[in-house]
Design a protein around this ligand. Structure first.
Ligand code: ZN
Ligand code: ZN
Length: 165
């Protein structure tokens, strides 16, 4: 395998604990002013990032794809692996614990685990939509502003509207 040189434009970012791959890819692409298809082609893995950002992992990522991405984003392959789901997920409804978002502004992969409905850390029900206007949350790679796209309510200010478990 010939290694693609690391482009000089790469500005690396650290993942938040538990951050989902979609959210990380969105942040990385914005920090580097590069589209995911550009990043995918620079990493030599083609168009898979467009699927991963939507949490579509069928077929599952290969070790070589993860290693190539890791090299480009300047992380260890294990760090990229940790942003993937550990169990079956659902992808139709993007979920949010706003209290977690206040502490670390990111989408956590575990919120998409199939049976996740609460945040055990905060004893709060996960939000399945904007509690103000009922719009669905966009895929996490598009969480640039940390706010509802329709009514602009910030994710942080949704904490008081989260139901206790
Ligand atoms: Zn939480
Ligand atoms: Zn809204």
């Amino acid at each position: 395998m010939s290694l693609t040189p690391i482009p000089p434009w790469v500005f690396s970012i650290d993942p938040y604990p538990g951050e989902s791959i979609s959210h990380f890819l969105g942040r990385f692409s914005r920090e580097n002013y590069a589209s995911l298809s550009h990043i995918g082609s620079k990493a030599g893995i083609g168009a898979v990032l467009g699927r991963w950002e939507k949490f579509r992992f069928n077929p599952p990522p290969t070790g070589q794809q993860l290693a190539s991405l890791a090299r480009l984003v300047r992380l260890k392959p294990e760090q990229v692996q940790q942003m993937l789901p550990e169990e079956t997920i659902q992808i139709r409804v993007i979920r949010l614990c706003a209290a977690c978002y206040v502490e670390e502004p990111c989408h956590k992969m575990k919120w998409q685990h199939k049976f996740a409905d609460r945040c055990n850390h905060h004893q709060l029900r996960l939000l399945l939509e904007c509690p103000n206007c009922k719009a669905k949350f966009p895929i996490p790679s598009q969480w640039a502003k940390g706010a509802c796209k329709r009514c602009l309510m910030t994710f942080s200010s949704m904490v008081s509207l989260q139901k206790k478990t």
